[in-house]
Design a protein around this ligand. Structure first.
Ligand code: NAP
Length: 293
């Protein structure tokens, strides 16, 4: 397939582009800067200049592709306003991608997040949360899945809290950045809350399988580790950086504080069984050993 990818230069997207190219697909990737266009070309894909706010470019990318994988997101969690702006920008871009594909039966694979369900491990059958700071993303993805009835093979690959590679990425990556800045490897609450995780190279395989195989309107979990206790994550970070490991107030994490404090283990049993996906790369706690002081 000729695949239009947004976010193809990111931690997950660069792994997805390599996975697609390694399995006989060709890639057209949205690139918002000269540096990103160069990175796309070096990876062996073709850049399409534009950013998520440029809906003409976004539509043009989808129009010339056999399928779309959407991963771009500004990931600015510095304030509630910044998060709201990023969510609105992504929502408009995804709506444009979906409209372009209506009636074509072409695949639109969007990134999403694993839900959390009090008292148990979440599954692919659980609905996405539609409130809280990133609830708008849940509403947008739900609308995209609804395009299944209008001739779009829409599917969502839900990410756990940490998608990692070489010890970097996701919520664990944010904990590492804050530890470097503050001199304390902190965690909110009592640290027994669990976050699920996956290696970016394993997540990339699932994006390809979803593009190739997933029926319209379906959701999948890219979960390798069902849940690591946040205190265990902070303990590895503290040891690697030679910093004390301590409980810190939830407010340390800004708009993400309540999400950081939530127990949110998640399962991928149905994804493994239905799509034959099997993660093979290091777990989060093993990968965090790559952190350098
Ligand atoms: N990493 C995780 O642990 C994790 C966990 C759950 C969900 N996710 C989601 O997975 C997706 C990808 O995450 P990631 O970790 O790979 O992110 P990342 O490394 O920060 O990469 C973001 C990608 O989006 C592009 N981008 C950002 N804003 C853009 C804009 N306005 N217009 C065009 N392109 C834009 C970036 O382009 P440049 O290279 O030009 O900056 C980059 O290619 C995001 O939706 C993220 O929320 C990630």
């Amino acid at each position: 397939m000729h695949v239009f990818v947004t976010g193809g230069t990111g931690l997950i997207g660069s792994a997805v582009v390599a996975e697609l190219l390694g399995h006989g697909h060709t890639v057209l990737a949205l690139a918002r800067s000269d540096a990103s266009a160069l990175a796309v070309k070096s990876a062996g894909a073709e850049p399409l200049r534009g950013d998520l706010a440029d809906l003409t470019a976004v539509r043009a990318g989808a129009a010339q592709a056999d399928g779309v994988i959407h991963l771009a997101f500004s990931n600015d969690f510095s304030s509630a306003d910044a998060v709201a702006r990023s969510v609105a920008e992504e929502s408009a871009a995804l709506a444009a991608l979906g409209e372009e594909l209506i009636g074509s039966d072409r695949p639109l694979v969007t990134v999403s997040g694993t839900p959390w369900v009090p008292g148990r491990v979440s599954t692919e059958a659980d609905p996405l949360p539609t409130d809280g700071p990133v609830g708008g993303r849940g509403r947008t993805v739900t609308a995209i899945l609804g395009l299944a009835s209008r001739g779009v093979r829409s599917t969502a690959v839900r990410m756990p809290r940490t998608v990692h590679n070489e010890g970097k990425g996701g919520f664990a990556g944010l904990l590492t950045e804050i530890a470097r800045r503050t001199g304390v490897s902190g965690y909110p609450g009592d640290g027994t809350q669990r976050w699920p995780a996956v290696h970016a190279l394993d997540a990339a395989v699932l994006f390809r399988l979803a593009l190739e195989l997933a029926p319209a309107g379906t959701s999948w979990h890219a979960v390798a580790d069902e849940g690591d206790a946040v205190r265990d994550i902070a303990t590895v970070i503290g040891r690697r950086l030679d910093l004390p490991v301590e409980a810190v107030p939830q407010e340390t994490y800004g708009p993400l504080g309540p999400i950081f404090a939530t127990d949110q283990p998640s399962s991928s049993a149905r994804t493994r069984e239905a799509l034959g996906w099997e993660p093979t790369h290091p777990s989060l706690l093993a990968d965090l050993e790559n952190i350098q002081a």
